[in-house]
Design a protein around this ligand. Structure first.
Ligand code: MLT
Length: 332
C-alpha cells in the first residue's frame, strides 16, 4: 500500500484541480435518477459524475441509473437513509414527506423566478434545509437541479381558468402540499407514484399532470398529452442527495470532493436551464402541443393557493414567521 501511495500521491498533486483522495478510498458510487435521460436530473448527474471523477483523479466514479431503475423517487430516500443507496436525484416534492420543513421551497408561488430559486437554495435557507434533511431523513442535499416551473398538461382541453380545470383528473405526486393546492383550485387530484405516471396518462386513467417543460419532453409526455397551461405555482427543484451513512463513511478528502462536485454540478444546472428551456418549449409546440396562458395573469390561481394553502402549512415550515422571513429575504 505504501508503494501505491508513493506512486499515486505525486500524480494527484500534479493535477491542479484534483483533490488528494488516497487510493485506499477509491469508490464506485451509484446514483439513482427518477427521470429519463435527457432531463435536468440527468444533466445534474452527468455534471456531478464528471466533476467527481476529475476532482479525485479518477479514484471515484458515479454511475447513473435513470428512469427510476433503482426504485421510485420516494423509495430512494428510504434506501439512502438506510445506507443501501449512495446518491439519488429526485424532485424536491418527493423529499418533503420525509422532511416537512423543505416545504418552504414548495409552497405555491413563493419562488417566482429562477433567481429566487438560486438565492434560496444557495443562501441561509438552503443551508438550514440541508441540516434539517440530515436530521429528519438521514440524507444530505449536496446539489440542486434547477428545472423550471411546473406547467400543467392534459389530454382533454385547453385550460385557462379554474373553471376549465373542473372535471379533469390530474395526477400529482404523493405530496400533501400539491394535493392541497389542487383542492384549493377546486378539484380532487389523484396522487400517484412518478414511475407509474406515463402509463396512467397513456391509458387515460388520469387526464393530466404538472412538471417542467424539460421533464415533459424528457418523459415524452407530448406523446400522450396535448394541452399545456404555463402556471407558475411551483418552481421545480431537484436535489442531489447522498446517504448520510455513506457520506460519513468516506475519508475527509472524498467528502470534500463530493461536496465540491455537487456545487459545480449545481452551477452547471442553472446555466443548462437558461440555455435549454425555451428551445424545449418550442420543440413541444412543434410536436403538436398547444399552449394556453392562464387567464388574468393567473390571479385566481394565486389567490386561492396563498389564502387557502399557505395557512395549512405554517407549522410544517416552522411557523408563519419562517415563511415571512423567507419572503423578506426575497424582498417581498
Ligand atoms: C413528480 O412529479 O413526481 C416529480 O416531479 C417527478 C420528477 O422527478 O421529475
Amino acid at each position: 500500500m505504501k508503494f501505491v501511495r508513493k506512486m499515486i500521491l505525486p500524480a494527484l498533486l500534479a493535477v491542479g484541480a484534483a483533490m488528494a483522495v488516497p487510493a485506499a478510498h477509491a469508490a464506485a458510487f451509484k446514483v439513482a435518477i427518477g427521470d429519463a435521460a435527457g432531463g435536468t436530473q440527468y444533466e445534474l448527474g452527468k455534471a456531478f459524475a464528471e466533476s467527481l471523477k476529475a476532482k479525485t483523479n479518477g479514484q471515484a466514479t458515479a454511475d447513473l441509473f435513470p428512469n427510476s431503475q433503482l426504485g421510485d423517487e420516494q423509495d430512494t430516500v428510504n434506501n439512502a437513509a438506510m445506507g443501501l443507496l449512495d446518491f439519488s436525484i429526485l424532485a424536491i416534492n418527493n423529499i418533503t414527506p420525509f422532511s416537512p420543513s423543505v416545504a418552504v421551497l414548495t409552497l405555491p408561488y413563493v419562488i417566482q423566478s429562477p433567481e429566487d430559486a438560486r438565492q434560496l437554495t444557495q443562501g441561509e435557507v438552503g443551508k438550514q434545509l440541508t441540516e434539517n434533511t440530515i436530521r429528519d431523513a438521514q440524507v444530505r442535499i449536496i446539489g440542486w437541479s434547477y428545472s423550471g416551473f411546473r406547467v400543467l398538461t392534459n389530454s382533454k382541453r385547453p385550460v385557462s381558468t379554474l373553471d376549465d380545470l373542473k372535471g379533469l383528473v390530474i395526477r400529482v405526486p404523493k405530496n400533501e402540499l400539491m394535493i392541497a393546492t389542487y383542492k384549493a383550485w377546486g378539484i380532487n387530484p389523484s396522487p400517484l407514484a412518478w414511475s407509474e405516471t406515463f402509463t396512467a396518462l397513456q391509458q387515460r386513467v388520469v387526464d393530466g399532470q404538472d412538471n417542467p417543460y424539460i421533464t415533459v419532453s424528457a418523459m415524452k409526455f407530448n406523446e400522450v398529452q396535448k394541452y399545456i397551461t404555463p402556471i407558475r405555482y411551483l418552481f421545480s427543484l431537484e436535489p442531489l442527495i447522498v446517504s448520510e451513512q455513506v457520506f460519513q463513511s468516506q475519508s475527509p478528502e472524498m467528502q470534500k470532493a463530493i461536496l465540491a462536485a455537487g456545487q459545480e454540478a449545481t452551477e452547471h444546472s442553472f446555466k443548462y436551464l437558461q440555455d435549454t428551456e425555451e428551445r424545449i418549449k418550442k420543440e413541444l409546440v412543434a410536436a403538436g402541443m398547444e399552449i394556453t396562458e392562464p387567464a388574468d395573469g393567473e390571479k385566481a390561481w394565486i389567490e386561492a393557493a396563498q389564502t387557502k394553502v399557505w395557512p395549512q402549512f405554517y407549522d410544517a415550515v416552522g411557523g408563519k414567521e419562517k415563511l415571512d422571513a423567507v419572503l423578506a429575504s426575497l424582498k417581498r
